[in-house]
Structure formats: C-alpha cells, structure tokens
Design a protein around this ligand. Structure first.
Ligand SMILES: C[S@@+](CC[C@H](N)C(=O)[O-])C[C@H]1O[C@@H](n2cnc3c(N)ncnc32)[C@H](O)[C@@H]1O
Length: 301
C-alpha cells in the first residue's frame, strides 16, 4: 500500500480495468441458451466486480447484447470465441503431457480453477500487474476460501521487469515442458516488451513448449484499418490509460515467429474464430469477433 498525498492508495485500486471488462463479458456469455455459442467460463461471474455482477444478475442477455453491440461492437462475441479457442488448446496441452503452465497477464483467467481436476502435478503460474492480482486473489479467497496450492501468483510489470527476473525467483522449472497463455495483452505493450516475452519463452522453456497469444493488425494500431468496433475499442483503451501500441501484419506473422524461435501450429483469423466457435445450432453465426485480432499458437523450435 502507498500514500498519494493524503489519500491511501491500495494496490487493488490500481487494478487494470480491461481485465475486469473481459471477465464481465465472459460472464454475460455464459448466459447464452445455445450451448454451441455459450461461453464456458462459469466462474467469471464470481470473479468480476460487484457492479458487473449486478448487471449479470439483473439485465436480460437480449438487452445486454443489443446495448454492447452498439457501444463496443464485436467485443462480446470476441470474448466467447477467444475463451473457447484457448480452452481447447489448454486441454489438448494437458492431454499431451504439458508439465507446467504460465499465464501471462492472467487477469481473471479462471482456467487454473475451472480445470483444477485435470491439473494434478501441474503448477500454474499466473503473472500479472500487482494491482489486478491483489484484487483477483481477494475474489478467489472469497470463492474458494483458499487459493489452490498448485497456483502461484507472480506479480510483474512487463514494462519494468522481465519474466525471467520474476520467474527465476519462483518455482518455475525451465527444464519442464511448459504451455504459455498470453491472451488479450500484447496490444497494450511496446514492441520491445513483446520481444522480451517471446525471447524468454523461446530461450527458457524445454523442448515442445508452446505459447498461444493474440495480436492486433499493425494497420489497426496505425489507425489505417478501422473495422466495425475498432474506433470504440481504441478510444476506450486510451480513456482507461491502456492505449493499444503493438501490432503485426498478418502475412508477416510466420517470419515474425520463426525469427523469434517458434514454429506456428495454428494462426486463426477473425473469420476462422467465427466459423469455429460462434455458429449456432441452426448454422448461423451469432455475431462477429474483433476484425483486427488474430490468435497464434506456436511451439518452440
Ligand atoms: C485485457 S486484460 C486480459 C486479461 C486476461 N488475459 C483475459 O483474457 O481476461 C490485460 C491484462 O494484461 C495485464 N497487463 C497489462 N499491462 C501490463 C503490464 N505492463 N504488466 C503486467 N500486466 C499487464 C493486465 O493487468 C490485465 O490483466
């Protein structure tokens, strides 16, 4: 806790807002009647703020969807598709023998708790901004009384410290096959901060380690490509003091990852995400994802 003038500023007051918004959108998505579209993150409603929990409890999904589609177009469906895709890879990694998991910029990611019965012997390291983490731990304790022993919360500011600095002081074991999740974070970082993360993963993780991460199109970051929802999202990010900074051209991504020691396993475009995860029972797509974000899954060469 630190003092700013006479006002006491708690760590949790500095929690990153975008993490709470993502969690809230996931919570609303769990209310979908159609199983094919529903967001599987059933813990999100308990990890979001009280204010958003009230909305979850009181506002019918139909009204919420029409409101959010006007205010922040594509964000609601984006969170559904992203959660489902990363969940799928997460479970495949466990099936194929991953030995530890690191979640970078974890926010209110609930996988360590939702899938706890499949994580015997697998440590999960959640790295995040200290303020966000303090608040999350408070909510987890309220929910489960205590935090599971295999989950290790590691505070970090990616712009001030390297993952190496913080992980080498934790129980992270560089000899173990590791799966890294880096969801909804890279766009808020500088290119050098992104490079440091990828460098750490490629140089410090055992063979067959992998990472799933999402990135924005460079043209979106530069303001040259503004598809539906782009302006609203960029303005909101700026207003929250979390401006979008980093992007890559989609056709440069293979080289981008190769140059940093990775081979791409999958590279999903917005259309791929919609077709895979947002098709309703009747075959129609329920809504669009962010048209400026792709998701890459790659393994260390
Ligand atoms: C949009 S949220 C995504 C959170 C989570 N991965 C999810 O998908 O719900 C961005 C996350 O990045 C973290 N973050 C942003 N800038 C950071 C920084 N400089 N250092 C550490 N974490 C940061 C925030 O605390 C937040 O949890």
């Amino acid at each position: 806790m630190e003092k700013a003038g006479t006002k006491v500023v708690k760590d949790e007051d500095k929690a990153i807002k975008s993490a709470n918004s993502c969690c809230f959108l996931r919570a609303m998505g769990t209310l979908e009647k159609d199983k094919m579209v529903r967001n599987p993150d059933y813990l999100s409603k308990d990890l979001t703020s009280l204010k958003f929990k009230l909305v979850y409890n009181l506002i019918p999904l139909k009204f919420f969807k029409s409101f959010i589609e006007k205010r922040f177009p594509t964000s609601y469906h984006h969170l559904i598709a992203r959660t489902k895709h990363v969940d799928k890879i997460f479970l495949e990694e466990i099936k194929h023998g991953v030995e530890q998991i690191v979640i970078l910029g974890a926010g209110y990611d609930s996988r360590a708790y939702r899938f706890s019965n499949r994580l015997a012997g697998i440590k999960v390291f959640e790295l995040d901004f200290p303020g966000t983490q303090t608040l999350k731990k408070k909510r987890l304790k309220k929910l489960f009384n205590k935090i599971p022993e295999n989950v290790i919360h590691v505070p970090i500011d990616f712009t001030a410290k390297t993952i190496e600095d913080v992980l080498k002081e934790s129980e992270f074991d560089a000899k173990k096959r590791t799966f890294f999740i880096w969801e909804g974070v890279s766009m808020y970082l500088t290119e050098s901060a992104v490079d440091l993360v990828l460098k750490f993963v490629s140089e410090n993780a055992a063979p067959a380690s992998s990472i799933v991460w999402d990135y924005a199109y460079k043209s979106f970051i530069d303001g040259k490509y503004m598809p539906k929802g782009g302006i609203e999202a960029a303005e909101h990010a700026k207003k929250n003091n979390e401006p979008y900074l980093f992007g890559v051209k989609r056709d440069k991504m293979i080289n981008f990852m190769n140059d940093r020691g990775f081979e791409i396993i999958s590279h999903l475009s917005p259309k791929d995400l919609e077709n895979l995860y947002l098709k309703k029972n009747d075959g129609e797509i329920d809504g669009n994802v962010h048209q400026y974000i792709n998701i890459v899954y790659a393994k260390v060469i």
